[in-house]
Design a protein around this ligand. Structure first.
Ligand code: CMP
Length: 142
């Protein structure tokens, strides 16, 4: 099934100048970038995006990190996009990420883990809508 998933290049990866390297991984895996923008998240935006983690011990550190510099948000489209993107990213904790994955190569810690990706089709739809209006998504016709 062709799916869409939501992805964030986190502030530590932007700071390392690896936006293009990360995009190349998506493209090499057959995932098409159908929407993209760079933005500096506000605290309210970051807290709303990670609302499911509110109250967890890592929440404040996560939000503080996510507003520490610009992020790049994108919508990826392709066959089995949610699972495929999760494979490319590797495990959430870089200590557990397989060699050759984005987290293995670019994460600095569990919080500064370089990329975010939706964990299911349902969360992808919610996360895409959080950052993009439908007119900002550009389906590929060629
Ligand atoms: P992400 O996929 O963006 O979703 C939530 C983020 O919280 C996760 O990646 C990690 O960067 C961060 N995080 C920090 N500590 C933890 C933890 N103990 N368990 C899960 N996620 C954590």
């Amino acid at each position: 099934t062709i799916e869409r998933t939501f992805s964030i290049v986190k502030p530590n990866a932007v700071a390392k100048n690896v936006i293009g390297a990360i995009y190349a991984r998506f493209e090499s895996a057959g995932l098409k970038i159908v929407a993209a923008k760079m933005l500096q998240l506000t605290r309210a935006q970051a807290e709303g995006f990670y609302a499911e983690h509110q109250g967890k011990p890592f929440f404040d550190g996560l939000v503080g990190f996510m507003i520490s510099g610009p992020v790049v948000v994108q919508v990826l489209e392709g066959e089995d996009a949610v699972r495929r993107n999760r494979e490319i990213m590797g495990a959430t904790n870089p200590a557990n990420a397989l060699a050759g994955t984005l987290r293995s190569d670019y994460a600095d810690s569990l919080t500064e883990n370089a990329v975010h990706g939706s964990d299911a089709v349902e969360s992808a739809a919610r996360e895409i809508a959080y950052f993009f209006s439908e007119d900002e998504i550009c389906p590929r016709t060629r």
